[in-house]
Design a protein around this ligand. Sequence first.
Ligand code: P6P
Length: 335
Amino acid sequence: MSKPNQTLGEFIIENQTAFKYTSGELSRLLNSIRLAAKVVNHEVNKAGLVDIIGNAGDTNIQGEDQQKLDVYANDKFIQTLTKRNIVCGIASEEEDDFIAINSQDENNQNKYVVLIDPLDGSSNIDVNVSVGTIFSIYRRVTPLGTPVTLEDFLQKGSAQVAAGYVVYGTSTMLVYTTGYGVNGFTLNPAIGSYYLSHPNMQFPEDGNIYSVNEGNYSDFPVGIKKYIKYCQQDEDERPYTSRYIGSLVSDFHRNMIKGGIYMYPKSTKNPKGKLRLLYECNPMAFIAEQANGKASDGFTRIMDIQPTELHERVPFICGSKNMVEKAEEFMRNEQ
Ligand code: P6P
């Protein structure tokens, strides 16, 4: 249920009754993410002004240089979620292992775990291209009051209770789902409130935008190569437009509004693809499906994949349903 110009806080409260899981904890959790995103947004927006960009001189488990803003965003989300004592565990792209919260407190009744990519696309920061935060929320599967375990994080995407992203672009937007559709909120930086600007977001079933790093073309599976050539053919409504920002959240967000497909296939450089299943592909897949889109690894529904490792990667194809199904058809034909 949405009303024009509703704030995110009002929307969460008004739709709380729909959450079949919680007595307000999920609302408080979403509100804490909202707060952390505002703080990170403030820093991202002034990245060029202060000495906060450039490598923090460290590398994360992915072997990627950690930008200072990566570290800052990671710290902010972890601090906010920890201080407000809402979750029992956090997993982050920037943390080698998951973080157990209040695990020694047998009275810890917090039932949610959060998995987060605190600043996705951070290599774009130095060139002033938009970046994003991606989050995924589950109920723990181990008993309340016991220390959270890896099992609580290695759940299929279909078990998510909420997922969302923040896109720090020309404006800052928070887009999320709790399984009842997708709604987008735009931040008014002057007053620090998010307003419902994109109610009930839906992927058009068809689109004419394809997003892939064609620099890796020679390494792609044959099915993907054939689908890319299909997109480029001068036939029917094709050739499609190629748009690739190099920031998953931004490419996804544009494609959800205009219609399109995003692909990060496997290649010899990335034999399992580049994107991480738990805190990139699953949350984006949940949002895509809730917006009438589709997400797979080319063969299997992303949210049906059983995770085995915290930072595992999968090939990712996501977007307008008919475009994803066409790409899957090319992949199947090359099996
Ligand atoms: P490449 C950013 O590092 C990211 O995880 C996604 O946001 C983005 O779509 C992709 O990787 C870009 O990767 O290899 O094309 O630079």
